[in-house]
Design a protein around this ligand. Structure first.
Ligand code: SF4
Ligand code: SF4
Length: 110
């Protein structure tokens, strides 16, 4: 089992999650983060830290289609361990539905 980042994270990137992960298994895209399922130790610490409630266990119904996406991009995107600056409009996007199509496949750039 692993934890999975889901749709609510798109364009949010508050990144409160990355600082609490004991094994640094978050990977960053341009407007989304993913968890590497091979590295996650299933501790659950990140779940309550996410202000967008985007992190769920992979046993959760809402995780289904996102688990594969997390595994795919964890192999392509850079590891991230420090909270960066969230986009200026992150708060506006926090509770918006149907953000999946806005997910960028580009990696995070400093
Ligand atoms: S805190 Fe939640 S919404 Fe923000 S970057 Fe982490 S997983 Fe995404
Ligand atoms: S459940 Fe634990 S190990 Fe897995 S991503 Fe969250 S903080 Fe990291």
């Amino acid at each position: 089992m692993t934890y999975v980042v889901t749709e609510n994270c798109v364009r949010c990137k508050f990144m409160d999650c990355v600082e609490v992960c004991p094994v640094d298994c978050f990977y960053a895209g341009e407007n989304f983060l993913v968890i590497n399922p091979d590295e996650c130790i299933d501790c659950g610490v990140c779940e309550p830290e996410c202000p967008a409630e985007a992190i769920v266990p992979d046993s959760d119904d809402s995780a289904a289609s996102w688990a594969e996406l997390n595994a795919k991009y964890a192999a392509l995107w850079p590891n991230i361990t420090r909270k960066g600056t969230a986009p200026a409009d992150a708060e506006d996007w926090k509770d918006k539905p149907n953000k999946r199509e806005l997910l960028s496949s580009e990696p995070h750039k400093d």
